[in-house]
Design a protein around this ligand. Structure first.
Ligand code: AMP
Ligand code: TRP
Length: 383
């Protein structure tokens, strides 16, 4: 698995080409305002399942419930990949404070996120799930990578531009967020990163950082690939089908939360925006609302869109929505029930997370030690 070459590098580090990324052009400066598998019992000599490619992914604990977009676009593949890959997943609470937060709420949301992830099927015997703040190597590597990231390079991240234009309070942390994300992945020598399309640019940045570090100091990091889940694409908001389902939407009417009560789900689906006409056909351009509902139906029920189209031929939107509401409610109810069971025993839940953090730490510490010696640092002394 991890092959460590601890020989210190000698000679010059970085040529003029390597240093191009450091140039900052005045135009590239962002305008900032601040107030202005299974890795069970893993050691590095005991690979989880030999030959399995490693995946790493993370999700922010910034809401009380994940929504159907998170599930269909990302989390469903987390569950699938734990059986085929050496899977490491992280609840990224360090990322969550890049925008303002409430400490108690954040603490609670980390548990709620973990409970939901176990409830949808993550199995601690099949994967490693942990909370980012319990593995201190993340910010430690992030600092090292920040010192190898060009200011202009970070300023080109579209998510930063987007988020900083929406927030009054724009912090340095929001700016360096993608570098912390790079550290998350590189610490685990991950080969693949399952994420939605919106994360593609961040994966490109982490690839560049890994290659740059390797070229400067010698092979240290695996260069990861994005694993973009195309099957579902993006789940759209039910009330505004031209926008993606997102926790930052102004209203919750078009968002199905995994923890929504069945009646709330039925109500939201009943009032979902459909399109002109009566036909239930998949046509994203002319019928974005119905197409979105068909995608959700098809993925959750495991039936093809074509089969659904013929089943509902000649029937109206009412019948279709009524059946879909039951499919979604039946899907979410057991998840909510299992989530509550996990939350009823937070001692056990915290223990599961601590065990996950220990497994994660074993891998992260080894990578960090190697990176530290390569840049000329002393080894960290823990406790
Ligand atoms: P976020 O809720 O933006 O923190 O996203 C967490 C994960 O869910 C990321 O991998 C996103 O790409 C994915 N995701 C978020 N919203 C959607 C959506 N509406 N459709 C598909 N995937 C989504
Ligand atoms: N930035 C990701 C998002 O907003 C969350 C994330 C943080 C992540 N670290 C990661 C995703 C590492 C994949 C790998 O969805």
């Amino acid at each position: 698995m991890l092959l460590l070459r601890l020989t210190p590098t000698s000679g010059s580090i970085g040529n003029s080409h390597d240093r191009d990324w450091m140039r900052v052009s005045a135009r590239s400066l962002p305008s900032c305002r601040y107030g202005c598998g299974r890795i069970a019992n893993m050691t590095t000599t005991d690979p989880a399942v030999p030959g399995r490619s490693r995946v790493f992914s993370g999700i922010q604990p910034t809401s009380d419930s994940f929504h159907l977009g998170n599930y269909l676009g990302a989390l469903r593949s987390w569950v699938d990949m734990q059986h085929t890959h050496d899977a490491v997943y992280c609840i990224v609470d360090l990322h969550a404070i890049t925008i303002s937060h409430d400490p108690k709420e954040l603490h609670q949301r980390c548990r709620a996120a973990a409970a939901q992830l176990f409830a949808i099927g993550l199995d601690p015997e099949e994967c490693t799930l942990f909370v980012q703040s319990q593995v201190p190597e993340h910010p430690m590597l992030s600092w090292m990578l920040e010192c190898h990231t060009g200011f202009g390079e970070a300023g080109r991240m579209t998510q930063f531009k987007d988020k900083s234009s929406k927030n009054e309070r724009v912090t340095v942390g929001l700016f360096t967020y993608p570098v912390l994300q790079a550290a998350d992945v590189l610490l685990y020598q991950a080969n693949e990163v399952p994420v939605g399309e919106d994360q593609r640019q961040h994966i490109e940045l982490m690839r560049n950082l890994a290659q740059r570090f390797n070229a400067t100091y010698g092979d240290t990091f695996t260069v990861p690939n994005a694993h973009i889940v195309k099957a579902t694409g993006t789940v759209q908001d039910l009330a505004e089908p031209e926008r993606k389902m997102s926790k930052s939407a102004s209203s919750t009417a078009g968002i199905i939360d995994l923890l929504d009560q069945p009646n709330r789900i039925r109500k939201k689906i009943k009032s979902a925006v459909t399109d002109a006409g009566r036909e239930i056909v998949y046509d994203v351009d002319n019928k974005p609302g119905v197409s979105n509902l068909l995608t959700i139906y098809s993925t959750l029920a495991g039936e093809s869109v074509a089969d659904l189209e013929s089943r509902y031929e000649g029937k109206g939107y009412g019948d279709f929505k009524k059946d879909l509401a039951e499919v979604v409610a039946d899907f979410c109810a057991p998840i909510a029930e299992r989530t509550n069971e996990y939350l009823d025993d937070v001692t056990e839940l915290d223990k599961m997370l601590a065990q996950g953090a220990q497994k994660a730490h074993a891998i992260a510490a080894e990578t960090l030690a190697n990176a530290y010696s390569r840049v000329g640092f002393r080894q960290p002394v823990y406790g």
